[in-house]
Design a protein around this ligand. Structure first.
Ligand SMILES: *[C@@H]1O[C@H](CO)[C@@H](O)[C@H](O)[C@H]1NC(C)=O
Ligand SMILES: *[C@@H]1O[C@H](CO)[C@@H](O)[C@H](O)[C@H]1NC(C)=O
Ligand SMILES: *[C@@H]1O[C@H](CO)[C@@H](O)[C@H](O)[C@H]1NC(C)=O
Ligand SMILES: *[C@@H]1O[C@H](CO)[C@@H](O)[C@H](O)[C@H]1NC(C)=O
Ligand SMILES: *[C@@H]1O[C@H](CO)[C@@H](O)[C@H](O)[C@H]1NC(C)=O
Ligand SMILES: *[C@@H]1O[C@H](CO)[C@@H](O)[C@H](O)[C@H]1NC(C)=O
Ligand SMILES: *[C@@H]1O[C@H](CO)[C@@H](O)[C@H](O)[C@H]1NC(C)=O
Ligand SMILES: *[C@@H]1O[C@H](CO)[C@@H](O)[C@H](O)[C@H]1NC(C)=O
Ligand SMILES: CC(=O)N[C@H]1CO[C@H](CO)[C@@H](O)[C@@H]1O
Length: 772
């Protein structure tokens, strides 16, 4: 991946900011800031001893210990000076010591992009493709987020059986929250105070909305007649309505502390959740290592205990190498649109109808009787033409736009759509039409001011019309919810993209895609902010928001269904089931595209769009043994001392291969394949092993290869014959890149079929990728 000069400049600016930040932190550090001391697995007695010895000495030294981790792994979060932190890092038994980072939830931040499309899940009548078998399930989904609004109808426990006896969690008392807020649906709630900031939580009650939204998307009970002020009306229900929810509140409005995230992992492992869903992460620029990333660390130990961990990929797309949460033991989720569109049409005086997009709260009349003016024609004398064309605040002449609908380009990032809209509103405009291709694919909330967003092609028609008549006029029609919108799904433009910066040889880019645009789900009941609550109306109990945050719990719901039908499957087998059964085509029966219309690659959507039911019966599974993850750490560059601490106990006879290198990561038994071209070699061969997980024991699979031009892909053997006694078989794939015309990055897929199942693995062959 090459970066453009502009990107490099941006990167440089950010790195500069980062190094400034680091310096600033360093200056602060002697006052004592919170560090996370990570000491590996909790399984060995030595680890536990070292932990209590270190803890004891810190307490004697009057260091404030914020959290002590001891269930899923060992370590603590403690206030230290920089030199104390350095000293502690050298202590035997300590894997890493690092400053407590602050992560963010993965909702799209900008008001402009609050709304995209709506979930497959939500309206079961029209969008049944994620309708899962409604069998009873005792799967427990743990969610690390901003807390929960327990009174929401989505968390009622009607018809649910007793809480599974294995559950060891708790419902913590807190401000406006006590144990009577938990029930058979919401079976657990914990919170972790944010010692590093002014945000004190004191309660698992959600004050943001995000956690409530995510929890109801994963496992909310069916709620008929749910809508956001009538928009997207239907029955709202989670991906696995029969699953239980345990909320771990690790985020305050100020962000999510790494030390709290690790404490929540530690508790969730002891509480015995089955699945963990995290719609949060670091920014793409701050790419922590696997031993300094609280999510990678917590997830590693959770997966070792058989818990499947699902994380959002981040919203820093569409630039390459923006994906986060890339550890191979995590299932990483990208965001796509669904087939619902919020249309708010612009009707011109010549009765031409231009399809626009927004959630309007407008009260304009339906006839096109409002004068229409191009921003540039309403230029204030002090402003420049370009500013007026884009309707910058204060660039328009109040007298010229009063009572009119103003036509504005919005292809800049100088001002947000909201800022421009407020400018037009303040100047007495009647409404506003924005031109923006990205936002046309989505719907923005415009408060109570009439607004719509149109694409550049349609904008030309509007300009032509304005030009053709002396008194141009128009109106903006109320929002209509269009279903069966085509094409869908498409990759949401904000969805983070691969390849992974740290592990290009692992096709970790996200792994899978799921709906993350305009998702209707439960909301906190007291959010009176203007962006959410309509003036003069009660706050809504459901809200529509977007982000990879919203796609992550969709996959958690699908994982819960797989887990409840196949309770003995390992997290890697479940991950494999999800990935190898993913969907690659849209509702036009054509390949899924990105927001800009080009065919999506695995760097955009990993294996494809999650299939709601395919993963229940995948046929074959690519399983990864715990020892394979340790090999991954060897290949990645960790030494055996650290790996032993991390895993607690090494499998018998385990050692890091002498020739460990990042190239060997391609051989991890991942359900997708990534190899880096090596200019000194003509070919690369990787190995995979599949396990027959179907009830048919005697079956033969044959291979189909979808290879790009210029790349020769050979699979040996090309048939796999499973029997009662032969459940696992291996094959080799050789990538021969003879043609010099082969591009830097090429994609393809290997599919095994037996007439009943299709087991597909995407691959990428790349050159020119940065290593760790
Ligand atoms: C929980 O709080 C509610 C409302 O404040 C109260 O009515 C109820 O008695 C409390 N329950 C317990 C178990 O403390
Ligand atoms: C909503 O309720 C939460 C929890 O009780 C509280 O922290 C928050 O301030 C409330 N917000 C509003 C706008 O009342
Ligand atoms: C849903 O709303 C419609 C119209 O508002 C109403 O007729 C219907 O009874 C409602 N259904 C339920 C289950 O509340
Ligand atoms: C923004 O739109 C205007 C008008 O269509 C065009 O002239 C300009 O080149 C565009 N700018 C960018 C950065 O795309
Ligand atoms: C508007 O009309 C003028 C004169 O007829 C023409 O030069 C110009 O290109 C037109 N602009 C657009 C956007 O159609
Ligand atoms: C292993 O790596 C750590 C740093 O990650 C280093 O401190 C330690 O000395 C190394 N141990 C060996 C045996 O090389
Ligand atoms: C690394 O060494 C092992 C033996 O320890 C050997 O089997 C393998 O082929 C070597 N791999 C590479 C990439 O050289
Ligand atoms: C390419 O392969 C050669 C020969 O095996 C090896 O020595 C070299 O390190 C490889 N280069 C890269 C970039 O992996
Ligand atoms: C969601 C919403 O409030 N939509 C409104 C759009 O505008 C029409 C006409 O004013 C209203 O009836 C809708 O309620």
């Amino acid at each position: 991946m090459r970066t453009s000069p502009l990107q490099s400049l941006f990167l440089f600016a950010c790195l500069f900011a980062l190094s400034y930040l680091r310096k600033y932190e360093a200056a602060q550090s002697d006052a004592g800031m919170i560090y996370i001391v990570y000491m590996g697995a909790a399984t060995s007695a030595t680890n536990k001893n070292t932990h209590s010895l270190l803890l004891g000495s810190l307490m004697r030294n009057k260091n404030t210990v914020v959290h002590s981790y001891q269930h899923g792994f060992t370590g603590f979060a403690v206030r230290l000076s920089k030199s104390e932190a350095q000293q502690l890092g050298k202590h035997p038994g300590v894997v890493s010591v690092f400053p407590d980072p602050v992560f963010q939830v993965h909702t799209t931040r900008s008001w402009d992009f609050l709304l995209y499309e709506t979930s497959l899940l939500i309206d079961s009548n029209q969008h049944s493709s994620l309708d899962l078998p409604s069998q009873a399930s005792d799967t427990i989904i743990g969610i690390l987020d901003t807390g929960i609004w327990p009174e929401s109808e989505s968390f009622n426990d009607r018809g649910m059986g007793p809480i599974p006896s294995r559950w060891k969690g708790t419902c913590m008392d807190g401000q406006d929250f006590n144990s009577s807020n938990c029930n058979r649906k919401l079976i657990g709630a914990r919170y972790y105070d944010d010692h590093g900031s002014e945000w004190q939580m004191h309660s698992a009650r959600d004050s943001v909305g995000h956690g409530t939204h995510v929890a109801s998307t994963a496992a909310g009970a069916p709620v008929p007649n749910a809508s956001y002020y009538g928009i997207a009306a239907g029955t709202a229900k989670g991906g696995s309505p029969t699953s239980r929810i345990a909320m771990y509140r690790v985020c305050s409005p100020g962000g999510c502390r790494g030390s709290a995230i690790m404490a929540a992992f530690d508790d969730a492992i002891a509480d015995e959740v089955d699945i963990l869903s995290l719609s949060l992460g670091s920014s793409a620029l701050f790419a922590p290592d696997f031993t300094t990333d609280p999510i990678a660390i917590g997830a590693f130990h959770a997966v070792q205990k058989g818990i499947t961990v699902i994380c959002s990929a981040g919203n820093d797309g569409p630039s390459p190498q923006t994906v986060v949460n890339v550890a191979p033991w995590i299932l990483t989720v990208a965001a796509t649109t669904i087939d619902r569109d919020f249309e708010s049409d612009l009707v011109l005086g010549n009765n031409k109808v231009i399809k626009g997009e927004s959630i309007n709260f407008s009260d304009l009349r339906e006839s096109p009787e409002y004068p229409l003016i191009d921003g540039v024609s309403a230029k204030a004398s002090s402003a420049r033409e370009e500013e007026a064309r884009k309707c910058y605040p204060d660039s328009l002449d109040k007298e010229k736009i009063e009572g009119k609908i103003v036509f504005c380009q919005h292809n800049d990032t100088v001002f947000t759509m909201k800022e421009k809209l407020l400018g037009v509103k303040a100047a007495g405009g009647a409404g506003v039409v924005f031109v923006n291709d990205k936002a046309r694919l989505v719907a923005s909330k415009s408060g109570s001011f009439p607004m719509t967003v149109i694409g550049t092609k349609d904008a030309a028609l509007v300009l032509e019309y304005i030009n053709s008549t002396r008194n141009p006029s128009a109106t903006i029609l109320p929002t209509e919810t269009i279903t069966n919108y085509k094409p869908a799904p498409t990759v949401a433009y904000f969805s983070a993209r691969g390849p992974s910066y740290s592990t290009p040889n692992l096709l970790k880019v996200p792994d899978i895609a799921a709906p993350g645009v305009n998702i209707l789900a439960a909301w906190i009941a007291n959010d009176t902010t203007g962006d959410i609550t309509l003036q003069g109306k009660d706050p809504p109990s459901f809200n529509i928001i977007s982000g990879t945050s919203m796609s992550c719990p969709h996959v958690a719901g699908v994982v819960a269904a797989i887990k409840s039908q196949n309770p003995t499957w390992s997290p890697s087998a479940i991950m494999s089931a999800i990935m190898t059964t993913a969907i690659q085509t849209n509702n036009l029966k054509e390949p899924i595209t990105t927001h800009s219309g080009v065919v999506a690659t695995p760097y955009d959507i990993g294996a494809g769009e999650v299939s709601p039911t395919g993963g229940l019966q995948p046929g074959l599974a690519y399983e990864i043994e715990p020892a394979d993850y340790l090999l991954f750490l060897c290949y990645y560059g960790y030494n055996i001392t650290d790996i032993k601490l991390i895993s607690g106990q090494l499998p018998h006879g385990f050692s890091c291969p002498m020739n460990s290198s990042t190239d060997m990561i391609s051989n991890i038994n991942y359900p997708s394949i990534a190899v880096s071209k090596n200019v000194t070699k003509a070919s690369v061969t990787v190995r995979r092993t599949v396990t027959n997980v179907d009830s048919d024991e005697e079956t033969t699979y044959t291979v189909t290869v979808d290879a790009p031009n210029g790349l020769e892909v050979t699979v040996v053997p090309d048939a796999l014959k499973f029997t009662r006694s032969t459940k696992r078989l291996s094959y080799q794939v050789t990538f021969l890149y003879s043609s010099p015309s082969v591009k830097d990055v090429v994609f393809g897929a290997i599919t095994w079929k037996n007439g009943k199942h299709k087991v597909r693995s995407p691959f990428v062959v790349s050159s020119d990728l940065p290593g760790p």
